[in-house]
Design a protein around this ligand. Sequence first.
Ligand code: BG6
Length: 509
Amino acid sequence: MENPFAEGENRILRPPATAMVIFGATGDLNHRKLMPALYNLAEDEYLPAAFLVIGTGRTKLSDEQFRADMRKAVSEHSRREVKAEIWEAFSKNIFYQPLDIGAEADFVLLRQRLEAIAAERGETFNYLYYLATAPNFFGAVATNLGKAGLSERPGSGIRSTSLVVEKPFGVDLESARTLNSTLRQSFEEKQILRIDHYLGKETVQNILVFRFANGIFEPLWNRNYVDHIQVSVCEDIGVGNRAGYFDQSGIMRDIVQNHLLQMLSLLCIEAPISLSDADSIRDEKVKVVRAMKRFRVEEVASHTVRAQYTRGFIAGENVNGYLEEQGVRKGSSTDTFVAMKLEIENWRWSGVPIYIRAGKRLPKRITEITVYFKRPPESLFRGRQVEELEHNVLAIQVQPKEGISLKVSSKAPGPRMRVRPVVMDFTYGSSFGVPSADAYERLLLDAMRGDATLFTRDDEIEEAWALLAPVFEAWSSSNVPVHTYEAGSWGPRAAAALLRPSGHRWRRL
Ligand code: BG6
């Protein structure tokens, strides 16, 4: 595949000299996402001219062994086939340093290794640390980096340092606050990049372009014209081999608190002063979550639905129910599906219902944001009540068919005045003819460039947890039922019932 960008543009995008350290490098995330993303950045010539990546982990491996393992991982998970000559050059920049996160001395060895490579290459690097470990190690890594003098900026051979933190960022408001304060003992907020890979998806970034590079939608983007909004994050996969994590987390913490609320915030923000400084956008996003109506604990049962999948069929295959999955606690009440009715209490959105749902083991993988516009005030069409006219529906499909469609009513051919819905659409594939990069490619590149726009700030994370606090409180009592749904269905009946009082229905996806 040809590199879609012009040479000159590549040069502008290339970040300064970077030494990246991956904590948890023998784990799944590095194999499936990080190393394939780095390889693809190398192939596109986006990596810094001076670049190295050091994987760390408890397992003792040589550089050569680690490189061989990474070659295999990249071959399996890269979006493009690995080209031997590109791998050859790229892999010279891959190193491995055994490290026990609890051992301060190992961080001193890490520092010495970084300094030795920097000296050998005659370079001064920005240090980028990536926390791809289990979340209970995040604090310890940051603290030990601090103790080893690795969190400081200008030190010998270091130009600047930053810390990329994977999700989950806490499990509730209190744990997120504690983690924030632990990280801030060694790093300043502006050095901390909390990753939410949905923000790296082209279609999610396109929400901003769509809203602010077009003149025709923004005047309609408010309570006067929008009837309601739906956001769906549907997956056909189950919990797979991640039950140990998922059973403690549930879909609300896994998807809603982060990915789904981030997309919704972008959809609903006021125009930021600028798109080129990180805080302008983040200031506006946090206002959206802050303006979301907080439930009283007693309201949770009528505004949320939680459920678990039972045994069923997906794509003709018989699949286990959640409670039968390996690693799930006996009698677990963990949510694998959630639906909620939200409201943003501000001048733009007051009174507009926002329905969100997320679930595992639904019939297919699809993430979509749908804006339903109000119907015309009167029907001029004989035999048709206003309620029978369809809403204009703007659908932003984040995945898998990345694109945007708009449903409008049209006259069907023939002598009669028959009204029929038609859809105008745009898809990335056919309009741009190049496949989208993986979200991690964009986010790693931004992290190397020091651009925090697509990373989540401390206050955004805390507001999102604060919004959900009453939900978790109500769920911990037995008053809120855990519904069930058959794997391969669109969720429990109760999810449809959530919309019924306002006369709405979930979009058929
Ligand atoms: C992750 C969740 O953050 O996002 C997973 O932990 C989920 O449970 C995944 O499957 C979905 O991401 P994507 O990019 O495949 O939609």
